[in-house]
Design a binder for this molecule. Structure first.
Ligand SMILES: [Zn+2]
Length: 148
């Protein structure tokens, strides 16, 4: 299936998820688009409460995903790029952008499902909070040295 069609199909499957529950039917539709391992990994991230939405006073929404070894930042609803989302993880860069073997990484899928389920309350974030978020994800060499 061409990439754009897959994306449309994925969006339709995700939009069918209702805020009260994640059903077998939801799972079956996601299975038609995504590899089972990706879905399981995404649901695991949600179960652990590792999707943290932030919203600034000026309406910028950003999601921090706590991975087992690192934290990643997910943006959704991007309008000016070929893909409507992005993630800072290596899988997004290699499997989605470069090899084009996947339409999204597990962090983006987890964020999209979590947003439908309304599981995680949005945290208000200031400019300082966002700066702290970026510093955690992209530590400067001197920060690393200070910690180590
Ligand atoms: Zn990712």
């Amino acid at each position: 299936m061409p990439f754009d069609d897959l994306l449309l199909f994925a969006n339709a499957a995700i939009d069918e998820i209702k805020s009260d529950s994640f059903t077998q039917e939801n799972l079956a539709k996601l299975n038609a688009v995504f590899p089972p391992t990706l879905i399981i990994a995404a649901l695991d991230i949600i179960d652990r409460g590792n999707v943290i939405p932030y919203e600034t006073p000026w309406g910028h929404k950003e999601y921090e995903i706590l991975g087992s070894t690192a934290r990643y930042s997910v943006l959704l609803d991007i309008k000016s790029a070929p893909l409507p989302y992005s993630c800072t993880c290596p899988a997004f860069i290699y499997s989605v952008l470069m090899a084009e073997t996947h339409i999204m990484c597990k962090h983006i899928l987890a964020t999209l499902i979590s947003r439908r389920l309304k599981r995680s309350p949005t945290r208000p974030a200031s400019a300082n909070d966002l700066a702290a978020l970026y510093t955690r994800q992209f530590p400067l060499p001197e920060n690393r040295a200070a910690r180590g």
